[in-house]
Design a binder for this molecule. Structure first.
Ligand code: GCU
Length: 572
């Protein structure tokens, strides 16, 4: 295994620890209005005649005429830093889609490939007093050797043509999509933190590993000193019913002087797969929720705390207890909200629509492994994150495919043995699933198969689930099921594209799942309508399978779910 994911060693999140401001550290927010220019030419020293755009945000829906523009584009941001006082400094990007190159005052700082995870570039040597000019070249163009891939060969996608030419069912938004900060930290300070939990009776033991070089490291939990191993009783555990968070304080001193401090807000809980069950803190749990895209009008794929908070409050109101970050890791503030609201998360890498057997196969696999390691490095301390999805709907029509899924599942377990791993598949009969801890099934009877016939579809789903379980004897999770519903479209009897058809399909399938103890979760596809490329089956370039509209108005299915899940939530 290459790309630095050797068994057992956890790479420091390429974005480093989440920025925070305290007596030892400073985070300077650089989000806001930046200047943008679409251009192939070189503007690394500063751009001229650019236009204003918001960051975080995709440029596609902000700039008239730039909907299908994938770059390259140049961003510029001017700022004045506080004094460094001998400390280290980096520019940290929450995410830039897809490939970024960064300069400060004309000096090259570094580059990053991958659209959904943080990275940081050192800048203290280039930083000057007074005005600084930060320039970022962003390339969102599609290519076969990227993850996710684009412009794939015929026969290597789901067979539906999109423009832009993507093999997946969401729009390839581009831009600086998450918070960007100047982060100033002490030299040789606390580089990383790892919080690992293990069940201990009805409580848990938490093990803290602080990567802080030499010096005295003191740990405290909620203000009380603790050792590197500490037991928490059941009252201190995190769960959807009681999303208890603790403050873990880490202080680093040398020669009796405080060098660095870091405070981590974290929950303590355990997750296990036992037989056909998924256990949270030793008790069987069933996941009720959604697949959720990071997608909103104007923002595109840009993250915004208000959207994160609103979405997760709506999920809770519907009686959901979980969601999957489809089809890429979500923003860190969204996970903050999930930690606080007690929503469990299946964190998914950007490895969607992978295919195998061409010249770029190995490069894509290497990227998928690296993005997996980066995601686990970023999210491993999260109580809300209860499982890893290492890919979504890979094409399994090549002998390498099953091996590739095995390699990804094993890499996830090697990097973090405290959470189950799997990949979402729409091909339940194919090899590769045996490597997963839980079978993640995407299934669309009643829509792509058995259109308009819910009785037949219900039976077909039951049959698929039973055959999967008989074959693999492990828990199964319905990671996707659903139907498109045009907002305001109604029919009696229900027919496809109407709100009634969507609500009935969902209710029926929840019943099919509830009748099977080995089904440990049901995630409706999708939380909200979202943008796709242009295609014959995507009116207005939208996927209408959301139970909320793109601007978060409820469809009939949202109300139906609330009735069904609120009743369930009361009993579990
Ligand atoms: C797939 C896929 C989704 C897609 C959905 C659909 O299963 O994983 O990304 O949006 O089907 O067709 O609605």
């Amino acid at each position: 295994m290459s790309s630095g994911a050797a068994a057992g060693t956890l790479p420091t999140a390429t974005g480093g620890l989440r920025p925070q401001t305290n007596a030892c550290r400073v985070s300077v927010e650089l989000s806001g209005l930046w200047t943008l220019r679409f251009d192939d030419r070189d503007w690394h020293a500063g751009i001229r005649d650019g236009i204003p755009v918001g960051v975080p945000g995709s440029w596609n829906d902000q700039v008239p005429g730039a909907r299908d523009e994938l770059g390259p584009a140049w961003y510029e941001r001017r700022f004045e830093p506080p004094p460094l006082a001998g400390r280290e400094a980096v520019i940290r990007f929450g995410s830039v889609c897809y490939a970024a190159q960064v300069w400060l005052n004309g000096t090259w700082l570094g580059s990053h490939e991958g659209g959904h995870l943080p990275f940081a570039v050192p800048c203290e040597d280039a930083l000057t007093d007074g005005e600084n000019v930060l320039v970022v070249r962003v390339d969102g163009r599609l290519a076969r050797d990227r993850v996710p891939p684009g412009m794939v060969p015929p026969g290597q996608s789901h067979g539906r043509a999109f423009y832009p030419d993507v093999p997946y069912d969401f729009f390839p938004f581009a831009g600086i999509h998450r918070r960007t900060e100047l982060v100033i930290t002490p030299k040789d300070g606390i580089a990383d933190l790892r919080v690992q939990t293990a069940r201990d009776g009805d409580g848990a033991v938490v093990r803290v590993v602080a990567d802080a070089g030499d010096g005295d490291v003191r740990l405290s939990l909620d203000g009380a000193p603790i050792g590197t191993e500490h037991r928490v009783d059941r009252h201190g555990l995190w769960s959807p019913a009681n999303p208890r968070l603790h403050v873990l304080d880490v202080e680093l001193s040398r020669g009796g002087a405080l060098v660095d401090r870091y405070a981590l807000r974290c929950g303590i809980r355990t997750v296990e797969v036992a037989g056909d069950e998924l256990l949270l803190n030793g008790a069987a749990v069933r996941l009720r929720g959604f697949g959720r895209h990071e997608d909103f009008p104007v923002l595109g794929r840009g993250a915004h705390p208000a959207v994160a908070a609103a979405d997760l409050h709506l999920m809770r109101q519907a009686g959901a207890n979980s969601f999957r970050t489809a089809h890429y890791p979500c923003d860190e503030e969204t996970l903050d909200v999930a930690d606080q609201l007690g929503l469990m998360v299946i964190a998914e890498t950007p490895a969607v629509a992978l295919y195998f057997g061409d010249a770029d196969s190995r490069r894509r696999q290497e990227l998928a492994l690296r993005f997996l390691a980066e995601m686990i490095g970023r999210d491993r301390n999260r109580a809300c994150v209860i499982g890893w999805s290492v890919a979504n709907e890979p094409r399994m029509n090549h002998p390498l495919a099953a091996e590739a899924m095995r390699e990804l599942c094993e890499a996830a377990r090697a990097l973090d043995g405290t959470r189950p791993a799997g990949y979402a598949t729409d091909l339940p009969g194919t090899a590769g699933i045996e490597a997963a801890d839980i079978v993640f099934l995407n299934s669309y009877p009643g829509w792509y198969t058995h259109p308009g016939r819910l009785d037949v579809a219900e039976a077909a789903l039951g049959d698929t689930l039973d055959r999967l379980h008989q074959r693999h004897r492990k828990p199964v999770m319905l990671t996707e099921f659903g139907a498109d519903a045009m907002p305001g479209a109604h029919a009696d009897p229900p027919s496809m594209w109407t709100e009634e058809y969507q609500a009935d399909l969902i209710e029926r399938f929840l019943r099919v799942a509830a009748a099977r103890d080995f089904v440990v979760g049901t995630h409706v596809w999708a939380f909200a309508d979202f943008a796709t490329g242009q295609a014959d089956h995507r009116p207005q370039s939208l996927n209408f399978k959301g139970v909320f509209t793109r601007d978060r108005r409820p469809k009939l299915a949202a109300r139906r779910l609330r009735e069904l899940w609120q009743a369930t939530a009361a009993t579990r």
